[in-house]
Ligand binder design. Structure first.
Ligand SMILES: Nc1nc2c(ncn2[C@@H]2O[C@H](COP(=O)(O)OP(=O)(O)OP(=O)(O)O)[C@@H](O)[C@H]2O)c(=O)[nH]1
Ligand SMILES: [Mg+2]
Length: 271
């Protein structure tokens, strides 16, 4: 009887142990895949996030390229030589020009197998902003043409127009700008380093005048000024890369680019 009771107890313990073992095994079978699944879905989540970031970057790059377009705008005051420069760049020839009241749009100018479209924007004070606004969204670069002979007389106007252009958000989105000191064939023409210094001085005056005006009208609004705040105006502080070059659009030489070698080199740089 005692032996039978011992046997029953042993049998019960054995079954209990067996049952526990089965339970543990079953839990392992269920929990392990669950843990593996969680790891897998985390991994897939990371992959999906990386793909989303790459797609966003590609779309952003495409959007930026589309926004930049392939147009180079010739802007500047009346008589600075934009239309003659346009004729030289697009048709490689000298032409007699008259004050423009409309834009001139050239066909594709192939620079190192890359097409660039040149647009000559009228410089008349009533038209210059309107036409600049019309074409700026397609711009890949800007050539701001200056009459190097009359600059000192027109410095206010030149600096004012240049200031507005450089303050434009589209230009500030790092559009390359060339300040082209034209009419270098004239004895009284100022060189581009002198013009740069004169412009920086005038732009500095404008910068602080505009900042003071803004402060006087609305002290709560943030000060938006070109270049670094509390620092004198310096072209190298701008988000756009501003280069200076010289040209003589009226030069008639045997070479097709006689007198316009420097703007041609700049076009090659940005094309
Ligand atoms: N000497 C000299 N004359 C130039 C040069 N470039 C242009 N000109 C002359 O300057 C005058 C004005 O040139 P345009 O090309 O018509 O000037 P623009 O900038 O188009 O002027 P708007 O159409 O009024 O905005 C013309 O008589 C040109 O022949 C240059 O490099 N040297
Ligand atoms: Mg013109």
């Amino acid at each position: 009887m005692v032996a039978h009771q011992c046997f029953l107890t042993l049998q019960y313990e054995f079954h209990k142990h067996l049952l526990q073992k089965v339970k543990v095994l079953t839990m392992e079978n269920i929990v392990k895949p669950l843990v593996e699944d969680a790891g897998m879905s985390q991994f897939m989540g990371i992959i999906a996030a990386i793909i989303a970031i790459i797609v966003t970057l590609v779309l952003f790059a495409l959007w930026r390229r589309r926004g930049l377009g392939n147009t180079v705008l010739l802007v500047g005051l009346c008589d600075s030589g934009k239309t003659l420069l346009f004729a030289r760049l697009v048709g490689s020839k000298y032409v007699d020009t008259y004050t423009s009241i409309n834009e001139n749009i050239g066909g594709d100018l192939m620079i190192d197998n890359r097409p660039l479209k040149i647009i000559d924007v009228p410089g008349h004070e009533r038209l210059r902003y309107k036409f600049f606004d019309k074409f700026k969204s397609s711009a890949k670069g800007l050539i701001f043409v200056i009459d190097s002979v009359t600059l000192q007389k027109d410095i206010r106007d030149v600096a004012d127009f240049l200031y507005s252009i450089l303050s434009d958000p589209l230009v500030q989105r790092s559009l390359p700008v060339l300040i082209l000191c034209n009419k270098q064939d004239q004895i009284k023409a100022k060189g581009c380093q002198v013009i740069k210094a004169l412009l920086e001085k005038e732009m500095n005056l404008l910068k602080f005048t505009k900042a003071n005006q803004l402060e006087a009208t609305d002290s709560s609004s943030p000060r938006s000024s070109l270049g670094k705040q509390e620092k004198d105006f310096d072209f190298s502080d701008l988000t756009s890369i501003v280069d200076f070059a010289e040209s003589s659009a009226a030069t008639k030489g045997p070479e097709l680019d006689a007198g316009i070698e420097q703007p041609m080199a700049w076009l090659q740089k940005i094309a």
